[in-house]
Design a protein around this ligand. Structure first.
Ligand code: ZN
Length: 89
């Protein structure tokens, strides 16, 4: 857990943390397209985001009841469908 709100994290780092917190990792990409998190730097080819913004977006998502791993996430729903198809009846 990163405590410095001004720390810069890549989308992948943020997604990994979110997953460990029980939030769908795809949310990071949704937040990015919604403009909730904005790029504050760059490391190699990876855009970096402000950690405090990630936490804020996560808290808002949690309070809106969307924190469930798959609820409202089409990427997760598609993955779940694929899994169902793979499990023999
Ligand atoms: Zn998802």
């Amino acid at each position: 857990m990163i405590v410095n709100l001004e720390a810069k994290v890549s989308a992948l780092e943020a997604a990994t943390w979110l997953e460990s917190a029980g939030v769908c990792r795809h949310r990071v990409y949704a937040w990015r397209s919604e403009g909730r998190i904005t790029q504050v730097g760059q490391r190699g080819r990876s855009p970096l985001y402000r950690w405090g913004d990630v936490l804020e977006a996560e808290a808002e998502t949690r309070m809106s009841g969307l924190s469930h791993r798959t609820s409202g996430c089409r990427s997760c729903e598609r993955a779940a469908e694929r899994e169902r198809d793979l499990v023999p009846a």
